[in-house]
Design a binder for this molecule. Sequence first.
Ligand code: URA
Length: 235
Amino acid sequence: MRLNKFIAQAGVASRRKADELTANGNVKVNGAVVREMGYDVKEGDLVEVNGRMLGLPEKPVYIALNKPKGAITSVGDDKGRPTVMDMVADVPERIYPVGRLDYDTSGLLIMTNDGDLAQKLAHPGHKIYKTYRAKVAGVLSPERLAKLKKGVDIGGYVTAPAVVKLIKQSDRFALAEISIQEGKNRQVRKMFLSVGNKVLDLERVAIGDVYLGHLKAGHYRKLTRQEVEGLKGRL
Ligand code: URA
């Protein structure tokens, strides 16, 4: 790639300005000043403009955020509501959410600048289970649990087998944990509704072996190396 194009793509200067900088000796390639405007940048070349290194890939960053209810999983919101990006504003790298959680769902959201991992995790073919804790209205009977485990029709789509555990049943509510590999729109809510239980509260507590633990709502932590390797290794 021509030097001026490389510099322009790094967002440092227009192509014309890049030529000017080059001619003036402000550009170095692999530590040496290059004044040749037609220089062809090769893979592995280290280009510096006024002492600033360009094009070095950002170091990969992996973050676990506890998304609170009432925050949007997107990079911006036209209605001015809080977004998950607001909660990681002090992370210098350009991270973005992997998948999404509904506005009214809380819990574990992984954010990264590692496009490869993000893409793999978003792909339905992977084997990573996402685990949710759901408070549902009514009685979650053994028949209903069995249906959820086997797969239910959520409006033209039959869900894959799921792992479902009843944690607690009280007079009017049940607390359950459900692990699924898919990620259809509002899938968990639709699954419970399809067997007759409306979801009142939903929290994602794990993605693979990454657990939400005691992370406070709106707070984040970095994933451990082991957690990252776990996510990558299982894909
Ligand atoms: N299932 C849902 O219904 N909502 C989510 O946010 C995630 C999974």
